[in-house]
Ligand binder design. Structure first.
Ligand SMILES: Cc1cc2nc3c(=O)[nH]c(=O)nc-3n(C[C@H](O)[C@H](O)[C@H](O)COP(=O)(O)O)c2cc1C
Length: 433
């Protein structure tokens, strides 16, 4: 796999990519015009199916299939929501896209809204993304002024509007059904799926198309350049590029657009400039803290949904966190266990109690007060709560601990044997977040 030199999703432009005039110079809003004036919703869906685009919000679900489901739903009152709820540790790619290419996102949202024949459409933005929300509102005003949004767009008789919705500031609120609940003024708690998938039962109980920011930013490029252009890079089953949020022990943390299937090594070494201070990689979270870690001997694994799943982990929304050999894995695991505990919405008892108990046991072991029996209890608890919630939060919390214990059990045992952390003293907060 060769390094991608020319970005494709956030293409290079002269000037500020967030200005509407600059965006239009590189074909911005051309796909929107084509969709309004030349294509039927069925043709749009067909092009997306041919592109093989898969959702970038974490699950990798085929976008064309989802759009088809909403388009052909027997219920005619439908909604569209762009999910910019991003709140996972180590994931900041949607924030980058909101900042740099707001018009590309708006164009993708307009196409989605048109295809779904949505009655109303929203961009749900994480409560903490103040600057990005304001930028987006400014961009929407510019698009309105140019006549891309509003009544009778391109003289087609089509009226379309798009609104920014100030979201919740929690991790679970990014889960699509919790997001839809919170948009209706209810607590941000997930619904049980099945049966309550948003494509059937979404906003106000009506079919709702929900897509991630990055997924939607891909749409105008696919429709402007064609599905075959999109499939030129990436893997057969995961075409296109991915925006990787790279953080932790790397010299150059940041957001990198690379082809699907790029190796972890290329991402860490070529993009991230390797590990600081000549230290070695101890572990990498390829898909954020809710998926199993990989170790230094697995750096040639391709980063795409299927390859990582086959390797027993996952890509998620590509929040890649690198951990160096100076890090205590017990402390690192505790840090993320505390995150899951704090973010559980409390609706499902196994998640509410499981995340608290996992964090309590981890705190005890990290403090040097644990016993061998606590390690058994940790594993037993993981097995008990995994897969039990309405969403995957508690599964992520269990996978984290299971993976850490499987790969770094000796570090847990050292804490028990020495009755202290064997690594130089550092507060829990110092672990990678
Ligand atoms: C706990 C949790 C948090 C999530 N947070 C986000 C998020 O911040 N943004 C997002 O797009 N998807 C998030 N998802 C996934 C969404 O539920 C949903 O699958 C996604 O928005 C669908 O868009 P896509 O098909 O374009 O990927 C989250 C899922 C879970 C279980």
């Amino acid at each position: 796999m060769s390094t991608l030199l020319e970005p494709r999703l956030v293409h290079k432009v002269e000037g500020n990519p967030w200005d509407i005039a600059t965006y239009m110079k590189v074909g911005g809003y051309e796909a929107w015009k084509k969709c309004v004036t030349q294509l039927t919703p069925e043709q749009i869906v067909q092009e997306l199916k041919s592109s093989g685009l898969r959702g970038r919000g974490g699950a990798g679900f085929p976008t064309g299939v989802k759009w088809d489901k909403v388009l052909n739903h027997r219920v005619k009152e439908r909604y569209f929501v762009c999910n910019a709820g991003e709140h996972e540790p180590g994931t900041f790619k949607d924030r980058h896209l909101l900042k740099t290419v707001p018009h590309q996102l708006i164009e993708g949202c307009l196409i989605a809204s048109l295809t779904a024949r949505a009655k109303a459409s929203f961009i749900y933005v994480n409560h903490e993304y103040h600057e990005e929300r304001e930028n987006l509102k400014k961009a929407l005003a510019e698009a309105r002024q140019r006549g891309f949004i509003g009544k009778n767009v391109f003289g087609s008789g089509i009226d379309i509007d798009l609104e920014v919705f100030e979201g919740h500031g929690s991790y679970v609120a990014g889960e699509e059904t919790a997001m839809l609940e919170s948009m209706q003024g209810r607590p941000a708690m997930p619904r049980q799926k099945p049966p309550f998938y948003p494509t059937d039962f979404g906003l106000y109980g009506k079919p709702t198309l929900v897509n991630n920011v990055e997924t939607l930013c891909n749409i105008p490029r696919i429709l402007y350049k064609g599905a075959s252009w999109f499939t030129e890079v990436g893997t057969e089953k995961c075409p296109g590029t991915m925006m990787f949020s790279l953080s932790g022990a790397v010299n150059r943390p940041g957001v990198y657009e690379m082809p699907m299937g790029v190796s972890i090594r290329e991402l860490v070494e070529t993009c991230g400039g390797g590990v600081p201070g000549g230290r070695k990689i101890k572990a990498v979270f390829p898909g954020g803290p809710a998926f199993s870690m990989v170790t230094a001997d697995q750096l040639d694994l391709p980063m795409d949904f299927d390859s990582l799943k086959k390797a027993g982990t996952g890509l998620g929304s590509a929040g890649v966190i690198v951990v160096d050999d100076a890090t205590c894995m017990v402390r690192q695991t505790l840090k993320f266990s505390n995150f899951f505990k704090g973010e559980s919405c409390g609706q499902c008892p196994p998640c509410r109690m499981g995340t608290i108990n996992l964090a309590t046991l981890m705190t005890k072991i990290e403090a040097g007060e644990g016993t061998q029996k606590d390690l058994d209890s940790l594993l037993q608890l993981c097995g008990f709560v995994k897969g039990t919630g309405y969403c995957t939060l508690v599964t992520g919390a269990s996978v984290l601990v299971q993976s850490s214990l499987k790969l770094f059990r000796h570090e847990f045992e050292e804490h028990i044997r020495l009755q202290r952390c064997p690594f130089p003293a550092a507060p829990v907060e110092a672990a990678v977040h």
